[in-house]
Design a protein around this ligand. Structure first.
Ligand SMILES: NC(=O)c1ccc[n+]([C@@H]2O[C@H](COP(=O)([O-])OP(=O)(O)OC[C@H]3O[C@@H](n4cnc5c(N)ncnc54)[C@H](O)[C@@H]3O)[C@@H](O)[C@H]2O)c1
Length: 339
């Protein structure tokens, strides 16, 4: 039996639609994009050529017999669409960031609990082969105990305003630190555990006509006396980076998505001269592996189990961002809400 999948929002959602079309265990059964005809950035031909069922009425998605709804609309629609899908008895996958605030995320948590359905937050970096390899190397003990972690998300959004410019709409006030930065925040949580406290500075010099700060840096306390730093910029003038570095008691790992490899240095391989070198592990670090995200969700669904990147994970990453945003205003370290 194939699981029937519906997708809402067909820009980032296009990658999900393709994944659902190609996964042997799923059928791309229905799609909805509020501006399917008007939005020329949508690959309309893809849907027409494959005769993918399309609706122009959102309610049809919830009334349909699909098993899974994938929400890939702009962030500020995630709560209402996830809740509607869960209340209609669907399993749900929602793009990151789960929602603009922790308060909103908690409405999704409530709907997940009431429905008993399975839920995934689309934190795609957890599925990129490079970051998976870095985590496996660390967990196998190759670099010893974690001492310091840093992760960055720098991606110039000047030309990525979103359909009808929602990313810079002053009424929506999307926080770039959360919207894009949730990749780096989530990666650091995934690798180092739930952070306890954060201190942040943020500024607003690169995208002055956007409504929120475009650049921020945080210093973070993680469990087990691990310290860290997260840098986020949605305006910085350089190629997209999500460079993530792990420094341990016995070695270091650099996972840089602008390269085609991971670097690892290990105390055990130190030369008699005292020199310690980096060795290259070839791996795709840049990949946004949506098909592997969907595969994991479906594989768990087949077993009747919840996948690890659940609604609580998505909420905890939003809580991390929220505390950093609070700190940038208060000028003090802020505690991170435990989810
Ligand atoms: N995982 C990633 O790396 C990644 C990358 C890009 C975007 N995203 C996330 O995906 C979501 C969408 O971002 P995007 O880049 O596709 O934005 P976008 O503005 O390029 O596209 C949004 C699409 O949703 C449609 N839409 C708008 N309002 C809608 C509604 N109420 N219901 C249904 N469809 C609606 C638009 O017509 C458009 O096709 C965001 O939450 C974003 O954070 C994730």
């Amino acid at each position: 039996m194939k699981f029937k999948v519906a997708v809402i929002g067909l820009r980032m959602g296009h990658a999900w639609a393709q994944a659902a079309y190609n996964n042997p265990d799923t059928e791309l059964a229905l799609c909805y994009d509020k501006y399917f005809r008007e939005n020329s950035a949508i690959d309309q031909k893809y849907y027409e050529e494959r005769k993918i069922p399309m609706t122009d009425n959102e309610a049809d998605i919830y009334a349909s017999d699909v098993d899974v709804v994938i929400v890939a609309s702009p962030d500020h629609f995630h709560v209402e669409q996830c809740v509607a899908a869960l209340e209609a008895g669907k399993h749900v996958i929602c793009e990151k960031p789960l929602a603009p605030t922790v308060e909103d995320c908690k409405k999704i948590i409530e709907a997940v609990r009431k429905s008993g359905k399975f839920f995934m937050t689309g934190q795609v970096c957890r599925y990129a082969p490079g970051f998976k390899t870095a985590k496996a190397l660390y967990e196998s003990g190759r670099i010893g105990e974690l001492v310091y972690i840093e992760s960055e998300y720098a991606h110039d959004y000047t030309y990525s305003k979103g359909y009808q410019n929602w990313r810079l709409d002053p009424k929506i006030k999307r926080e770039g630190f959360l919207g894009g930065g949730c990749h780096a925040l989530d990666l650091s949580r995934w690798l180092a555990g739930d952070p306890l406290e954060v201190f942040a500075y943020m500024n607003h010099k690169l995208l002055p006509d956007w409504p929120t700060c475009d650049t921020g840096v945080t210093v973070v306390k993680f469990p087990d006396d691990v310290i860290g730093r997260i840098f986020v910029s949605v305006g910085i003038k350089r190629p997209y980076t999500m460079r993530t570095v792990l420094y341990g008691t016995k070695g270091s790992i650099i996972c840089d998505n602008t390269s085609d490899h991971i670097l690892i240095s290990e105390e055990i391989l130190r030369a008699p001269t005292g020199d310690i070198a980096f060795n290259k592990i070839p791996v795709n670090v840049a990949s946004h592996n949506v098909s592997s995200e969907l595969k994991e969700f479906i594989d768990y669904l087949k077993e009747g189990k919840q996948c690890p990147t659940d609604v609580y994970q998505g909420t905890a990453t939003v809580a991390f961002a929220e505390a950093a945003l609070r700190s940038a205003v208060s000028g003090k370290p802020e505690q991170i809400e435990k989810i």
